[in-house]
Design a protein around this ligand. Structure first.
Ligand code: ATP
Ligand code: MG
Length: 588
């Protein structure tokens, strides 16, 4: 039987007031409930209750990883720079990599991720295709010197990640593990009671092309998503954009004086046309310092990643650089660009025969600018950030929008690391081949915060049973007497015998303080034992999720709890409904 949590001797420094710099619910509530303390910007200490929650999330992840056939290992956080020089990421990773040197001036970093280390581990000793596929994982601390650590555990500089890596001799084998890992990630989200979506994503620093992110839906999330009833969903950073620009039907090229017009809103208002009938220009340079001007519908933002893909090395011009090219910010257009300038336009503009654009002259715009007649387009590409209202690339319906917290991501790496780091095995024919790899990361600490983002109210956290620091908190309203406290202890032990994890608030505090803390900490079920109730043989139970209360005879409590306990077998939704039947009279 698990130990009972005795709040008197547990270090739970709860706070009545919101900490000043805690910006979102999870940050505020994890600090206030005495689960977490800030040590430095983006660096946190987990106190006993927070540690219990963290371990529970970790164990859910561990069980689901083990079920895929992956084996747990533990690599060091301290990684030699040589490995990162080999993969090329010592330079590519930039200032987010925490670098340091030892007393002999040898370079190291604190690992933000472990592709280099695991590739080096495998390459010398795994030689034969017969040992493949192989999946290894660890649950370990990671370091990233984030430019803006914020939102508590959501974006910290030291955090806990589960990272798994798989090695294969064929794409089919990688695909199978990738699918198994994706399924496991879905189950992890379900078991943590998250409302989630898997979305198309970009692979960022990690590399590879096929990748998916798992998003916990939350207004506080930094990621923007689009999704469709047909099942399609994407991170707006990555999703294909099918915008609907409209034509402003003016057959002739006509220059119009537009004094003081600098933005798309100004232009649309000045001409009294919708923004979708305007075209926005963005000037930049390519890898060879050539001038490139990108055109996108006035309603849309350029996507930097897509711009990079269409024009390798693309960098927006500064205001001074624009002037040196004779370009005018706010009135740029494709007609009359400097010689040699390349014009790349968003694919959606292909269907627009006349454009409303800048005239490359301060205070003037063109209407009726026709591609092919008045100017040439050198290339078409998907350039925009997709937004709600755009067409779904799979079914054409209008996309909806949401915000999310990226809790995990799966990647097919292919041979990116095995090639750069020369990690090979011998295939069936005795030929040397680079490993085909996948990697799979869950932000354990971020996940804990995401759960709070989705499960809280004004009074505090509402932990799903599966990750709660304990399932039940027994609250004796007086301690040290010979009636209430002994009865509370007896009830607590009975709960334990039934298989629940139990806390008892044995602190000598006022009832109001105990109630407020119990709601703040978020135990799923409270059992309140008071003198007045006991006189009638009664206690009160309260369900944190709904606030439902019920006075009941002490002697039917075991039966009610046994009823709840029988439902514990099904925890696919994180156990959020376990205690429901105790209040609705299902059991009298
Ligand atoms: P983000 O885009 O949010 O910076 P990422 O895509 O760089 O994250 P990955 O490299 O995919 O992150 O890492 C795997 C997981 O680690 C992420 O899905 C996320 O849950 C977690 N994670 C990444 N960075 C942080 C951080 N700064 N703080 C907490 N968790 C993080
Ligand atoms: Mg990611």
């Amino acid at each position: 039987m698990a130990e009972m949590l005795r709040l008197k001797n547990l270090y739970i420094p709860t706070l009545k007031e919101d900490p000043a710099d805690a910006d979102i619910a999870s940050h505020r509530l994890l600090l206030r409930s005495g689960m977490l303390r800030k040590t430095a910007s983006g660096v946190y200490t987990f106190l006993p209750l927070g540690m219990r929650v963290l371990s529970k999330v970790e164990n859910i992840v561990r069980q689901e990883m083990d079920a895929t056939g992956a084996y747990e290992i533990m690599m060091p956080a301290l990684q030699p720079s040589e490995l990162w020089l080999e993969s090329g990421r010592w330079d590519d990773y930039g200032p987010e990599l925490m670098r340091l040197s030892d007393r002999h001036d040898r370079g190291f970093c604190l690992g933000p991720t472990h592709e280099e280390l695991i590739t080096a581990l495998i390459r010398d000793e795994l030689r034969s295709y017969k040992q493949l596929p192989l999946s290894l994982y660890q649950i370990q601390v990671k370091f990233r010197d984030e430019i803006r650590p914020r939102f508590g555990l959501l974006r910290s500089r030291e955090f806990i990640m589960k990272d798994a890596y798989s090695f294969h001799d064929s794409q089919e084998s990688l695909q199978k593990t990738y699918d198994d890992m994706s399924d496991a990630y879905g189950r992890i989200c379900d078991r943590c009671a998250l409302d989630w979506r898997a979305v198309e994503a970009d692979s960022g620093q990690i590399g590879g092309k096929v990748t998916k992110e798992f998003m916990a839906l939350a207004e506080s999330g930094e990621a923007e998503l689009v999704f469709c009833d047909c099942g399609y969903s994407a991170n707006t950073e990555a999703g294909e954009c099918l915008a609907h620009p409209t034509a402003h039907g003016e057959a002739e090229l006509k220059k119009i004086e537009t004094p003081g017009v600098h933005t798309i809103e100004d232009l649309a208002a000045f001409l009294d046309i919708p923004a979708s009938s305007t075209v926005k220009a963005l000037s930049g340079r390519d890898a060879d310092d050539g001038l490139v001007v990108l055109f996108v519908p006035g309603t849309h933002e350029m996507n930097e990643l897509k711009a990079q893909r269409a024009v390798p090395g693309f960098q927006l011009l500064t205001d001074e650089e624009m002037e040196s090219f004779g370009l005018h910010k706010g009135s740029m257009g494709p007609v009359g660009l400097p010689d040699g300038a390349r014009v790349i336009a968003d694919t959606s503009l292909k269907g627009v025969p006349q454009w409303v654009v800048g005239a490359n002259e301060e205070g003037f715009h063109y209407v009726g600018a026709a591609p092919g007649r008045d100017f040439m387009v050198d290339g078409w590409a998907d350039l925009c950030v997709v937004q709600p209202g755009d067409a779904c690339p799979e079914c054409g319906c209008s996309l909806k929008g949401a915000r999310g917290i990226e809790v995990s991501q799966v990647f097919q790496l292919g041979t990116k690391y095995s090639e750069s780091m020369h990690a090979t095995f011998l295939d069936k024919d005795g030929k040397e081949q680079p490993f085909i790899m996948g990697c799979y990361g869950v932000g354990i600490t971020r996940m804990m915060a995401a759960i709070v983002e989705q499960h809280h109210d004004d009074a505090g956290i509402q932990w799903p049973l599966a990750v709660a620091p304990a399932h039940v908190c027994v609250i004796p309203l007086v301690v040290g007497d010979d009636e209430v406290q002994p009865k509370a202890e007896e009830i607590a032990r009975a709960c334990q015998r039934l298989g629940f994890e139990v806390a008892i608030d044995d602190r000598d505090e006022r009832a109001g303080v105990k109630f407020a803390d119990a709601d703040l900490i978020g135990w799923p079920l409270q059992i309140i034992v008071g003198k007045r109730g006991l006189a009638e043989g009664k206690v009160e139970i309260k369900r944190r999720l709904t606030g439902e209360r019920r006075d009941l005879q002490v002697d039917i409590l075991p039966e009610l709890l046994a009823f709840a306990n029988r439902k514990m077998g099904n925890m696919n939704n994180g156990g959020v409904t376990i205690f429901s039947g105790m209040f609705d009279g299902e059991v009298q």
